[in-house]
Write a protein that binds this ligand. Sequence first.
Ligand code: TYD
Length: 223
Amino acid sequence: MHWNGLIVFITLEGPEGSGKTTQAQHLADWLLARGYNVLAVREPGGTALGDAVRHILLDFSSTQMDARAELLLFCAARAQLVNDKILPHLIRGGIVVCDRFADSSLAYQGHGRGLELDILQQVLEFATYGLIPDLTLLLDVEVSTGLQRKTSGKDWNRLDAEALDFHHHVRNGYLSLAGNEPSRWEIINAELPFDEVATQIQRTVTNALKNPPTSAHHQASIT
Ligand code: TYD
């Protein structure tokens, strides 16, 4: 959703260990320092319901979770976040920086788990109130490099522990999503040092703020 040609809804996506979360926070701080009214959120989470669902989704005791149940839980957390936080902030005229959004479900539950993409698109449109990001930054990293970064960290979770094949499908899924919609996506090489990645993100966002896409995005509705 963008108002008066201004880019307002920015999402960061990427496979495991892409450094997305740190870069999302860095981007939000950078925009705040430039006087923008910024809300930074992450998925799943950001609301009481979202945090509870996040726990179920990432916990190792949920190993037998059905792929459709998994999708719907991510979508439940997403609908709550869109309704409670994202849309109200956009309607107030602010910018939202979101660490993962509906494209994560296309990459993980669609390309990763093999759920049918056409059906997924419909479920996602429903869960997001039709909201589509204005700009999506894909922080791309080789699967082995990303997983290596993650294993050395403390937040190893149920999805990280999936087979290598799954992670390859996710990464390739992201690349194909970005390739199909180049006006919305920007692919960033997340294997570069942190500062270089941050600079490239800032350059992309600066350009997008100056030259918003002309394609008609869905108008989100709020109840
Ligand atoms: P998190 O610890 O937030 O990982 P990251 O730092 O990589 O974002 O865990 C979120 C996990 O959930 C991550 O493995 C990606 C996965 N995920 C999905 O499978 N589908 C989704 O729709 C979303 C939002 C996340």
